[in-house]
Design a protein around this ligand. Structure first.
Ligand code: IPE
Ligand code: IPE
Ligand code: MG
Length: 244
């Protein structure tokens, strides 16, 4: 890593969400197949996750694969799954190093529908890092905000149907508690690279009051400096949550 001057921030987000977008265009620009962009994007993920820990961020959620991404050509989907697999196997090999860095890894999203061997690796990775607390890295795989809310609401409806709760007991806190993110704060900041100005079904419920920050940089080109820029912009935002 080149020498990066880390500013002293007056306020840091407790939880940042990052939509890792632009891998395909990064590859296309270089005349490479799209999967090469995903390989490069995975490297950026690792670099940025570690840097975030170094500057004191406690929680980060990376959007890696959406419930809509299955629409892509099978070949690309398979390549993405293979990249996850390799990352997880490598994380296993780098366990000691990750432990030293205090990185806890967790996955959010539907496990159903993912290759079973991948799910097993995800579970091993979660179990193996569960004691770490310097930074929590959530990886959203087969994740969709609407799917998450739908599943959460279904679980609540079952409790109501069985008489355990009354429909009048349902409140915002109960819905929040039914989501994958129940034990972490809502994202204060969501970063989307690649020049798209949308959130694409990412943390739909949780982002009601998130600050959004966009950049044209493609995810594989995203650097520590870009993260610093986003954090400096965040620092200047006036968050009112509907108040004055
Ligand atoms: C994001 O990069 C990675 C995934 C959605 C899996 P893209 O693959 O969407 O890259 P672009 O948007 O086509 O450039
Ligand atoms: C969002 O990127 C999903 C991930 C980064 C995992 P997409 O490339 O799928 O989003 P759209 O299609 O441009 O909205
Ligand atoms: Mg995209």
């Amino acid at each position: 890593m080149e020498n990066i001057k880390i500013p002293s921030f007056t306020v840091l987000p407790e939880h940042i969400g990052i939509i890792m977008d632009g891998n395909g265009r990064w590859a296309k620009k270089r005349g490479l197949p799209r999967y090469k962009g995903h390989i490069e994007g995975a490297k950026t993920f690792r670099r940025i996750g570690e840097f975030a820990a170094d500057i004191g961020i406690k929680c980060l959620t990376f959007y890696a694969f959406s419930t809509e991404n299955w629409k892509r050509p099978q070949e690309e989907v398979d390549a993405i799954m293979q990249i996850f697999r390799e990352y997880l196997l490598e994380a296993e090999e780098r366990k000691a190093e990750n432990e030293e860095k205090g990185i806890r890894l967790r996955f959010i999203g539907e496990r159903n529908g993912l290759p079973p061997d991948l799910v097993a690796l995800m579970e091993d990775t979660e179990a193996g890092s569960s004691g770490k607390s310097r930074i929590l890295l959530n990886i959203a795989v087969n994740y969709g905000g609407r799917r998450e809310i739908t599943e959460g609401v279904k679980a609540i409806a079952r409790r109501a149907a069985s008489g355990e709760i009354s429909p009048d007991d349902i409140d915002e806190a109960m819905i929040s508690q039914s989501l994958y993110t129940k034990d972490i704060p809502d994202p204060d900041l969501i970063i989307r690279p690649s020049g798209e100005y949308r959130t694409s079904n990412f943390l739909t419920w949780q982002s009601a009051y998130s600050e959004l920050w966009f950049t044209d940089v493609l995810w594989p080109d995203f650097t520590e400096k870009d993260l610093i820029e986003a954090l400096l912009a965040f620092e200047k935002r006036g968050r009112r949550f509907g108040g004055v």
